[in-house]
Design a protein around this ligand. Structure first.
Ligand SMILES: *[C@@H]1O[C@H](CO)[C@@H](O)[C@H](O)[C@H]1NC(C)=O
Ligand SMILES: *[C@@H]1O[C@H](CO)[C@@H](O)[C@H](O)[C@H]1NC(C)=O
Ligand SMILES: *[C@@H]1O[C@H](CO)[C@@H](O)[C@H](O)[C@H]1NC(C)=O
Ligand SMILES: *[C@@H]1O[C@H](CO)[C@@H](O)[C@H](O)[C@H]1NC(C)=O
Ligand SMILES: *[C@@H]1O[C@H](CO)[C@@H](O)[C@H](O)[C@H]1NC(C)=O
Ligand SMILES: *[C@@H]1O[C@H](CO)[C@@H](O)[C@H](O)[C@H]1NC(C)=O
Ligand SMILES: *[C@@H]1O[C@H](CO)[C@@H](O)[C@H](O)[C@H]1NC(C)=O
Ligand SMILES: *[C@@H]1O[C@H](CO)[C@@H](O)[C@H](O)[C@H]1NC(C)=O
Ligand SMILES: *[C@@H]1O[C@H](CO)[C@@H](O)[C@H](O)[C@H]1NC(C)=O
Ligand SMILES: *[C@@H]1O[C@H](CO)[C@@H](O)[C@H](O)[C@H]1NC(C)=O
Ligand SMILES: *[C@@H]1O[C@H](CO)[C@@H](O)[C@H](O)[C@H]1NC(C)=O
Ligand SMILES: [Cu+2]
Length: 575
């Protein structure tokens, strides 16, 4: 596989994809259309032995894994069976070229799917790799609506690594309190914080200490479903492990006792192969790692998952790496490895900097950008409410989705003034508690010129607590961006761009901003649509840590009528 084919793949225009599919039909090339019918419901589940209502997809929690081949079309009919809650599902990492209304972001690209309604998502998976899907309505992801998407390379395409078999691990953090309680606390004048998660889940399984819960009817440790996930490997074989984090809050560190991991893919792009003892993974990120089952085959090993960056209030999560034919449930004879210190920011920062593009698949970024947007993340108060703000503006989506408002020219739906593109960086002290404890709510957006090259610098700062700065994984919809650099401290626009990696930066859709640090991104705004860009911590986005980019509005195809129906767009529906 040469670099030219990788480049070619990324430049395919939507019209060309349609052409390919038609071709496929007539020439017999395997480019399939997958029809899926999903019913979304609440059902009682005990992923960590503690029973609570969780969202299921056709009865499963986590939802089913979607497997397709690059170039295939997915048609997913989602019926909302939640009875008294809306929904919308985002296909995280799928760029939705030509189908911005299928991005699944309520308030940005679509109206909510009402209880009883069915909404059909239809899109092409134009890039191979590991992706996820999850709810994008309020804080509904915390209720368990999530799953994995595997996009396989086309038959005959060789990847830059080899393996015998593959396995997947989807990582999550889990609370016993409901999404409603969490969201209500966050949006109350008397701020209510749910606290640290009760459990960490690996493939939807964790283990809560039931003696801490009131009564065995809600927490039953002897329930057969309540046991760690078992990852079975045949000694001597090599595995590709697809790993995704859908955590609502936690930065995570994953380790497989006694086994190194070689990182080979990040967010759908091949990386320079790098060997790590353990992997830091932030919410919204996906990786593939290669693991060799080459240790003593007479025993099992721990798969160990810890919270990092926040002071852990959650027990270590575990799964069992089972060497076949040992008994799958036999506990390893050891205690799980401890891993790095939760507060070792430099360790995580260093690992972030190691993730670079595979030399044979590198698509170099443009040397310069047309526009630089400097975004300061602060925690502050707005009218007495605890909020997160970007350059003093705390994001609140309008009730009419931006995509509809813009295409239908509904100008009173949101503030037409441009969102703030910089902050007073000369004088801002990122290490002190913010003095501007009076930001404003905002639904203004960033309008990007079509096909322009845009740099975004994410600047982290102190929260409202003394000596505290959190990790924020930022996720961009509709585009992948090059990660040009990371720094600790305050970004200096005159100095830091000189150290950008313009040779082999990785392309990603999600990247962490470390405590008191900055992260610099570059992307070409070449996908017409309205795209959310936000912190993937569910609670942070919910209280304002986000923004929206408008790209090439005049090039967006005519909206399908089925996306209309809420807010100001109601009156557009022809009866
Ligand atoms: C891939 O191609 C090979 C050789 O052309 C063929 O034997 C095999 O069935 C194909 N596999 C799939 C999944 O289409
Ligand atoms: C579970 O909690 C009980 C009560 O606090 C404690 O005595 C016990 O050691 C805990 N068990 C484990 C495995 O942590
Ligand atoms: C706990 O689960 C076990 C196994 O399914 C079952 O036999 C037992 O009745 C359950 N206990 C309670 C209190 O539900
Ligand atoms: C893991 O990698 C380290 C550093 O490259 C090496 O020293 C160690 O032997 C490796 N361990 C295994 C089990 O391969
Ligand atoms: C990290 O946290 C531990 C306690 O969990 C503490 O002992 C240590 O001093 C902290 N290190 C730093 C660098 O803050
Ligand atoms: C981080 O990387 C720097 C520079 O390579 C190195 O000096 C330092 O020891 C590393 N720190 C940690 C905690 O990995
Ligand atoms: C890149 O491709 C060349 C030629 O096929 C190959 O020799 C080299 O090993 C590849 N590099 C890596 C890191 O895989
Ligand atoms: C944010 O608010 C503070 C205090 O009112 C002000 O000094 C600062 O200039 C504002 N920043 C922006 C980007 O508006
Ligand atoms: C906060 O802003 C509001 C609206 O701009 C203003 O009425 C209020 O006085 C401000 N409060 C403080 C403490 O600056
Ligand atoms: C976008 O810009 C690139 C680089 O300048 C150029 O090669 C490409 O043709 C442009 N694409 C469109 C659709 O204008
Ligand atoms: C905050 O951190 C600074 C520098 O590490 C330290 O000198 C100071 O004592 C800390 N303050 C508090 C309240 O912990
Ligand atoms: Cu955040």
């Amino acid at each position: 596989m040469t670099s030219s084919s990788g480049d070619h793949r990324r430049r395919v225009e939507p019209i060309f994809i349609i052409f390919l599919c038609l071709c496929a039909v007539s020439s017999g090339v395997d480019s399939a259309v997958h029809h899926l019918k999903w019913e979304i419901k609440y059902e009682y589940r005990s992923p960590d032995c503690f029973q609570k209502l969780a969202v299921t997809v056709n009865g499963d929690n986590p939802g089913p894994t979607i497997t397709a081949t690059q170039g295939d079309t997915l048609v997913i009919e989602v019926t909302n069976g939640l009875h008294s809650e809306n929904t919308a599902i985002h296909w995280h990492g799928i760029r939705q070229r030509g189908t911005p209304w299928s991005d699944g972001t309520e308030g940005v690209t679509q109206c909510p799917i009402l209880p009883g309604e069915t909404f059909t998502y239809r899109f092409v998976v134009d890039q191979a790799g590991t992706y996820i899907y999850h709810a994008h309505y309020g804080m509904q992801r915390t209720a368990g609506l999530y799953g994995l998407i595997r996009v396989l390379v086309r038959n005959g395409t060789i990847e830059p690594f080899s393996y015998d078999k593959e396995r997947s691990l989807i990582l999550n953090d889990w609370w016993h309190k409901s999404t409603m309680e969490q969201a209500t606390g966050l949006s109350s004048l008397k701020f209510g914080w749910v606290g640290e998660p009760q459990s960490l889940l690996i493939n939807g399984r964790g283990r809560y200490n039931c003696s801490l819960a009131g009564g065995t009817d809600v927490c039953n440790a002897t329930n057969p479903g309540c046991s760690p996930f078992v990852l079975t490997m045949v000694p001597g074989n090599t595995y590709r492990l697809r790993i995704a984090s859908v955590a609502s809050l936690s930065a995570l560190n994953l380790e497989i006792e006694g086994h190194n991991m070689t990182i080979v893919e990040a967010d759908g792009h091949y990386t320079q192969p790098i060997v790590v003892k353990n992997l830091n993974i932030y919410s919204g990120e996906t990786y593939s790692v290669i693991v060799k089952a080459n240790q003593d085959p007479s025993r099992n090993y721990w798969v160990r998952l810890n919270v990092v960056s926040r002071k852990p209030g959650t027990p270590t999560g575990v799964a069992i790496l089972n060497y076949y034919p040992n008994h799958p449930k036999k506990s390893p004879p050891t205690i799980p490895p401890t891993g790095p210190l939760w507060n070792d920011t430099v360790y995580r920062f260093n690992q972030s900097k190691l993730i670079k593009s595979h030399p044979n698949y590198t698509e170099a970024p443009p040397r310069t950008s047309d526009r630089v947007i400097l975004l300061l993340n602060t925690q502050n108060k707005v009218n007495g409410f605890v909020r997160w703000s970007i350059n003093n503006a705390s994001f609140v989506p309008p009730t009419t989705p931006y995509l509809i408002a813009i295409k239908e020219n509904l100008r009173n739906v949101f503030d037409q003034n441009p969102a703030p593109g910089t902050y007073g960086y000369q004088n801002y002290d990122i290490y002190s508690v913010p003095q501007n404890s009076n930001g404003t709510l905002s639904n203004s957006i960033y309008r990007l010129e079509f096909n322009s090259t845009v740099d975004v610098i994410l600047q982290n700062a102190n929260t409202m607590n003394v000596n505290n700065s959190e990790t924020h994984p930022w996720h961009l919809h509709g585009h992948d961006f090059w990660v040009l650099g990371f720094g600790l401290g305050k970004f200096d626009p005159d100095v830091d761009p000189k150290s950008y990696n313009l040779i082999d930066p990785i392309l990603k859709n999600t990247v962490a901003v470390h405590p008191y640090g900055w992260t610099a991104l570059r992307f070409r705004a070449d996908n017409p649509g309205l795209w959310a860009f936000h912190c993937h911590v569910e609670a942070h986005f919910f209280i304002g840590m986000g923004a929206v980019f408008e790209v090439g509005a005049d090039r967006i195809n005519k909206l399908p009528s089925y996306i209309l129906g809420c807010g100001e767009s109601r009156r557009l529906i022809k009866t």
